[in-house]
Design a protein around this ligand. Structure first.
Ligand SMILES: N[C@H](CCC[C@H](N)C(=O)O)C(=O)O
Length: 275
């Protein structure tokens, strides 16, 4: 099967984007892993599939981690998605409605070239994450090897554990993140964010992503970290999130309000691969 693809990135979180509308695409777990492989394939953190909507939205947006697993949501990918369908002339309106496994999101191309996305309402009930816990709490203690660590647990459609740390450069992102990702209290595994609060409108964040490892940026991780900080009265409604790949603007007005994310989306190159 020959597949046309477009390589894109949002703050260094990189994607192979495939048009599943003009091409008939059916990807096995092994084929996704090959596309994502940085030595034997194209290389990316996630593979994004553009499909016709099932309902009355404009598109369906399918997301596969580098390990081949299909997941519910991807924030940086959503910005690249709207850039992709515009650049390929598939649609011309600036705000689009996109179905994901976790519900509808509305990415919007801004006049200044950035992209804003309504990422939906965060969820906190353990059963909605999913997370094994007696009751909902602002943070939880997890047994990791010979110690206990504290984390907030939030869903942005996909599951996130958020740790508050004092020094982002010394955060045990890969060693501890890998242990939390597969912790038995997360039946579907979890993305693990390490947040250093600089002030009430500025944080630094690193994320060990489920199914991809540490990435240069994680859009849903930025949303989850800001929600965790605001929920604990540590942050204001508008927060700049500094990631290793650059800055995201996140806004959340609390309670049942949606989280808004604004940031860049860049096309790197196009190509064709034989699978
Ligand atoms: N690794 C995530 C999916 C990609 C999320 C991330 N790339 C983003 O920008 O939100 C998960 O397994 O839920």
């Amino acid at each position: 099967m020959k597949l046309k693809f477009t390589k894109m990135q949002g703050l260094g979180n990189d994607f192979v984007v495939i048009d599943g509308i003009s091409q008939s695409v059916s990807l096995s777990l092994e084929q996704v892993r090959l596309l994502a492989d940085r030595h034997f394939g194209i290389g990316c953190d996630q593979v994004l599939l553009v499909e016709k909507a099932i309902g009355d939205a404009d598109f369906r947006y399918r997301i596969f981690n580098a390990d081949g697993g299909e997941v519910e949501q991807c924030g940086n990918g959503a910005r690249c998605f709207v850039r992709y369908v515009h650049e390929h002339g598939i649609i011309h309106k600036n705000e689009i409605r996109v179905e994901t496994l976790s519900g509808l999101i509305t990415p919007r191309l801004e006049a200044n070239g950035e992209v804003s996305v309504n990422m939906g309402v965060p969820r906190f009930e353990p059963s909605e994450i999913p997370f094994v816990a007696e009751a909902r709490a602002l943070s939880y203690l997890l047994d990791i090897e010979d110690r206990q660590i504290e984390a907030s647990v939030i869903s942005m459609g996909n599951p996130h554990a958020v740790r508050i740390i004092q020094n982002i450069e010394q955060a045990p992102v890969r060693s501890e993140g890998a242990l939390i990702e597969c912790h038995p209290r997360f039946p579907k595994r979890v993305n693990v964010g390490y947040m250093q609060i600089i002030n009430r409108n500025y944080i630094k964040l690193r994320v060990y992503e489920r199914g991809a490892g540490e990435t240069l940026a994680c859009g849903t991780g930025a949303c989850a970290a800001v929600v965790a900080g605001i929920s604990q009265n540590l942050l204001e409604a508008n927060v700049t999130v500094s990631t290793r790949g650059g800055e995201l603007l996140i806004r959340w007005d609390g309670d049942n309000q949606p989280v808004w994310m604004t940031g860049p989306a860049v096309t790197v190159f196009q190509g064709e691969i034989s699978l």
